[in-house]
Ligand binder design. Structure first.
Ligand code: HEM
Length: 431
């Protein structure tokens, strides 16, 4: 009531339907309960049931009055309007990713660092450079697991995708560094969407400790790099992302300090392995569970293998771009699993979205999960059906697996390539 009353009667009347829930916790219990109890759609579904299919509601979450949006037009409007909306992630996310990471940067600084870091990850040339390493890492992982008897699939996949992203960002990381980083990321991730309660027993408390470890490991690597640069011990091999971040200057000649570089690395290394590992796992399971889809995907891989000239060693990037059906399997997995189920923003001014008021200073949550599960957008949404993507170009705002606008995931093509390489080998040689 306190939050809403301060808006005044005129603005209050234009708010979307909804309720602010319990004092202090707002809708957090019901949000956490629905995910913890394996019913992730129950939370948003309860708003639709109680307040109608407006696709835009008000609630109190993560200690802030919040507008929840789950319709394609509303999501597109917010994600593409950088004047009216800035990042609005919960306190736990910003603290754990770091105040200099992309979840908290001013517009111009974000633009500059994004340009510097996105180009060397995506695009034809960059991906061609990484393909060989990805292929070798996948093949050796599959061989190792098949000899190991029983392995924990997701854990191993996360190790595999982590190895790839570490190679891209800090090429020379040794095994001990890699292991130390990877263990800490597991704890860090439990705290990222949690409430920021720094008391023993809470996920955020454990995650803060993990962040400290990550900072200390990355600080060590960074110190070594700077020392080597000072001693002019330049490596003759090509620059990795850490080198680029050390060398970049803004228009005034200012370079990034250690704190800034570490926050950017913590964010990229995390974003660059968690989701890819999960999506690879789910895509593999869906293929295994659906023999017809498996057979069709396998036939496509065999066809592509047959089409490569005998002089060509292995598949190149063009061959991966020919994998139409496999790409549909991956898109359907992204839609169906919704690993990045919600994005967070904050309104910098009063804005009208879908005819309702989003008040200045309020948080905005964009529920891509609910857009992907809306039967009016995707008929029979709970059916895993790769063929729904055949000759289908999603309208803007209807497929948000990688986001939209200036924050669109810079690793989208890299992620799809990693998943495709894995599924290629899995389909042809394993079950
Ligand atoms: C299947 C795998 C992946 C999924 C589903 C995914 C999903 C997303 C989504 C939805 C966003 C937008 C968040 C927003 O709007 O606020 C995002 C941003 C981001 N992703 Fe990914 N991502 C994946 C893989 C990757 C990889 C491989 C990398 C690194 C190379 C990466 C790095 C990032 C970064 C740095 C951002 C922040 C971009 C910015 O703020 O400008 N992601 N990702």
């Amino acid at each position: 009531w306190v939050r809403e009353a301060s808006l005044g009667a005129g603005r209050r009347a234009r708010l979307p339907p909804g309720e602010m829930g319990w004092p202090v916790v707002g809708a957090m219990w019901s949000f956490l309960w629905s995910f913890k109890s394996g019913k992730p759609d129950a939370f948003f579904g309860s708003f639709t049931q109680r307040f109608g299919r407006t696709g835009i509601y008000r609630a109190f979450m993560f200690s802030s009055p919040t507008i929840l949006i789950a319709n394609p037009e509303g999501c597109k409007r917010v994600l593409t309007d950088d004047d009216s909306f800035v990042e609005g992630w919960p306190k736990a996310t910003v603290t754990l990713m770091g105040k200099h990471s992309f979840v908290n940067l001013p517009y111009e600084e974000h633009k500059r660092l994004r340009k510097l870091t996105a180009a060397p990850i995506n695009g034809f040339d960059a991906l061609t450079t990484y393909l060989g390493y990805i292929d070798r890492t996948v093949v050796s992982a599959l061989c190792r697991w098949s000899e190991a008897g029983e392995v924990e699939f997701l854990t191993e996949l996360r190790k595999m995708t982590f190895k790839i992203i570490v190679q891209i960002f800090m090429s020379a990381a040794d095994d001990a560094t890699m292991l130390a980083l990877e263990r800490s990321y597991t704890d860090l991730n439990y705290g990222i969407r949690a409430m920021a309660i720094d008391l023993p027993g809470f996920a955020f408390h454990k995650a803060l400790k993990a962040r400290k470890k990550l900072v200390s490991v990355l600080q060590g690597v960074l110190n070594e790099r700077r020392a080597a640069a000072a001693a002019k011990e330049f490596s003759t091999s090509s620059k990795d992302m850490m080198d680029r971040l050390i060398e970049v200057e803004d228009e005034n000649g200012r370079r990034l300090n250690n704190e800034e570089i570490i926050d950017i690395l913590i964010m990229y290394l995390n974003a660059g392995h968690e989701s890819s590992g999960h999506i690879t796992m789910w895509a593999t399971l869906f293929l295994q569970e659906n023999p017809e889809i498996f057979a069709k995907a396998k036939a496509e891989q065999e066809e592509i293998l047959r089409s490569i000239p005998p002089t060509q060693k292995g598949l190149d990037l063009r061959d991966f771009r020919k994998m139409k059906y496999l790409s549909q399997v991956i898109d359907e997995t992204l839609r169906f699993v919704n690993i990045s189920f919600v994005s967070f923003r904050e309104a910098t001014k009063d804005v009208s979205v879908n005819g309702y008021l989003v008040p200045k200073g309020w948080k905005v949550q964009l529920w891509s999960r609910s857009v992907h599960m809306d039967p009016e957008v995707y008929p029979e949404p709970k059916k895993f059906s790769p063929s729904r993507w055949e000759d289908y170009l999603p309208k803007p705002g209807t497929f948000l697996a990688f986001g939209l606008g200036t924050k669109l995931c810079p690793g989208n093509d890299l992620a799809k390539l990693e998943i495709s390489v894995f599924l290629h080998h899995f389909l042809l040689g394993y079950k």
